[in-house]
Design a binder for this molecule. Structure first.
Ligand SMILES: N[C@@H](CCC(=O)N[C@@H](CS)C(=O)NCC(=O)O)C(=O)O
Length: 244
């Protein structure tokens, strides 16, 4: 039975971190909300699950994943579940918790990236919080982006199993998520990233290696890969970007 991924249509968003793992593994999955609307498919089906849940499980927000009767929410939790099944988690049990810790740090980072354009209210328009977004982005670019990316670079460099992967000695879902972070940040803050990338050569090498993987390369060239846009997490508002 295919995995069912539920996420908003039209944006890569948080769903993309899960999609990349499914695509790299060549897993059989349905991107439910992107299917034509019906009882079991489409955005209506996703909204119904959010409203009513299933069994004892009601997810708060997408993305969530259905595997048979099991319904799992939150990117990091979904990847913690899928990683071993897809061959995208470290072989060692202990390192799986390290991978989960790194993925949860990515969750925190993604929330801060989102807050650069929505620092006051998720339900308000960007245009209603522009002065605050400018202040937030300025702090984000000078303090938070270097802190998060510098951290991942350091972990990569110090990986006792080799610098090719962030954890363990083989590709994991965390490597795929780091690829997506670089992609998204390049889209949202091209000037800042252009100036900053020389500080994170390991992460950029990892990004490039992921992009060359056959399944990822095919996926990126397919219609399944959605473009970044100004409705998602990674948004490009030129006024928020600046050379670092
Ligand atoms: N911690 C959750 C965050 C989920 C989340 O914020 N989802 C967004 C879309 S990217 C959403 O639909 N939120 C609805 C809401 O917060 O009301 C995760 O990592 O999956």
């Amino acid at each position: 039975m295919p995995y069912k991924l539920y996420y908003w249509d039209g944006i890569p968003g948080r769903g993309e971190f899960v999609r990349l793992a499914l695509e790299e593994a060549g897993a059989d999955y349905v991107d439910v909300a992107r299917e034509p609307d019906g009882q079991e498919r489409g955005t209506t089906a996703m909204l119904k699950l959010l409203r009513d849940g299933e069994g004892a499980t009601i997810p708060f927000a997408p993305p969530f994943l259905k595997d048979g009767d099991l319904l799992i929410s939150h990117v990091a939790n979904i990847l913690f579940y899928l990683g071993p099944k897809l061959g995208l988690a470290p072989a060692e049990e202990d390192l799986r918790f390290v991978a989960n810790g790194l993925q949860l740090t990515i969750t925190d980072f993604v929330a801060e990236i989102h807050d650069t354009h929505h620092p006051i209210g998720v339900s308000l328009y960007y245009e209603d919080q522009k002065p605050e977004a400018l202040r937030r982005s300025s702090d984000f670019l000078s303090e938070r982006l270097p802190k998060f990316l510098g951290y991942f670079e350091r972990v990569l460099r110090q990986n006792p199993k080799g610098k090719g992967h962030i954890v363990g000695d083989r590709l994991s879902y965390v490597d795929l998520s780091l690829f997506q972070l670089v992609e998204g940040l390049r889209y949202a803050f091209p000037k800042a990233m252009d100036g900053y990338e020389e500080n994170i050569p390991g992460l950029i090498a990892l990004h490039d290696a992921v992009a060359k993987r056959p399944n990822i390369r095919n996926y990126l060239a397919s219609e399944r890969r959605l473009s970044f846009n100004e409705a998602g997490i990674f948004r490009h508002y030129p006024e928020l970007d600046r050379a670092s």
